[in-house]
Design a protein around this ligand. Structure first.
Ligand code: ZN
Length: 131
């Protein structure tokens, strides 16, 4: 299924865990794999803790690792090279096991859509495979 997301900032982390848990529950798959992926080139999917300070730390890290507008070649045609490069570091998907009908997430783990070039309307694909 497809999950629609409307982001509101240039870079931000959107917690999509509850929507994904709902899909896993609805599927009634007892054992399998949940693949969360996005087809965008300036966004990513990551798993980590949803703590407000940490969310800011992650975005600060990305800003430090890939500062905007420092002479990237892609900026000559699109002016968003930093967004693509940050997305490269994050990756476009995460896969998690489903066991006994439940997504195998750690106590503090949450799934985020990572917007790197918003605000935009975005889509996340949730693919469930029965084992
Ligand atoms: Zn671009």
């Amino acid at each position: 299924m497809k999950l629609k997301i409307e982001t509101s900032k240039r870079i931000e982390l959107v917690d999509i865990t509850s929507e994904i848990l709902k899909e896993v529950r609805k599927s009634e798959i007892p054992k399998g794999i949940c693949l969360i992926s996005t087809r965008h080139t300036t966004a990513g999917i990551i798993i980590n803790e949803n703590e407000s300070g940490l969310r800011e730390d992650i975005l600060d890290l990305l800003n430090k690792l890939v500062p905007a507008g420092t002479g990237y070649r892609h900026d000559r045609i699109d002016n968003n090279a930093d967004s693509h490069l940050r997305a490269v570091l994050l990756g476009a998907s995460e896969a998690l096991p489903i066991l006994e009908g439940k997504l195998e997430l750690g106590t503090w783990q949450r799934i985020f859509f990572a917007e790197m070039d918003g605000p935009r309307n975005r889509t996340v694909d949730i693919t469930l495979l029965r084992a």
